[in-house]
Design a protein around this ligand. Structure first.
Ligand SMILES: [Zn+2]
Length: 124
C-alpha cells in the first residue's frame, strides 16, 4: 500500500519516536502487547495524519480566500471616490446609484457624484 501517512507512522515507530499520547493509548488498548499496539498505532496515526493534512489544506484554502477578499477590499479602497450630491455619502466615482440614499447618478441627471469625497481640498 502506497500511503504516505502510513509510511510516516511506520517511520515514527521505526525511529522509536511515536506520538506519545497515541502510543500510550494503543499500548493500553492492546493490554501491553507491543505488536498489537504497533498495528493499532499505524492505523490510528495514519488516520490522524490524514486528518491533519485535510485540516491544513482547508485552512490554506481559507487563508487564500481571505487574502483574495482583502485584496479586493484594498482595490475598492484605492478607487477614486466622491460624495453623493443628494446625501453626501462617500461613494465610488464610478457608482451608478448611491448605496445610502439610492438616487441614480446619470450624466446630466439631477444627482452626481461630486469628486473629492465631499471634503473640500485645498486649491491645487
Ligand atoms: Zn446619496
Amino acid at each position: 500500500m502506497d500511503d504516505p501517512f502510513w509510511e510516516r507512522a511506520l517511520g515514527e515507530l521505526n525511529a522509536g519516536r511515536p506520538d506519545a499520547a497515541l502510543w500510550a493509548q494503543c499500548l493500553d488498548a492492546a493490554k501491553g502487547n507491543k505488536s498489537i499496539a504497533e498495528m493499532q498505532y499505524l492505523r490510528d496515526r495514519a488516520k490522524q495524519l490524514a486528518d491533519e493534512q485535510a485540516e491544513l489544506q482547508r485552512r490554506k484554502r481559507q487563508d487564500e480566500e481571505d487574502a483574495q477578499l482583502s485584496q479586493a477590499m484594498r482595490i475598492v479602497e484605492g478607487l477614486p471616490k466622491g460624495a453623493c450630491s443628494n446625501c453626501q455619502a462617500v461613494v465610488l466615482l464610478m457608482a451608478q446609484t448611491c448605496p445610502k440614499c439610492a438616487v441614480r447618478f446619470e450624466p446630466g441627471g439631477r444627482h452626481q457624484v461630486v469628486p473629492g469625497g465631499g471634503a473640500k481640498k485645498a486649491a491645487r
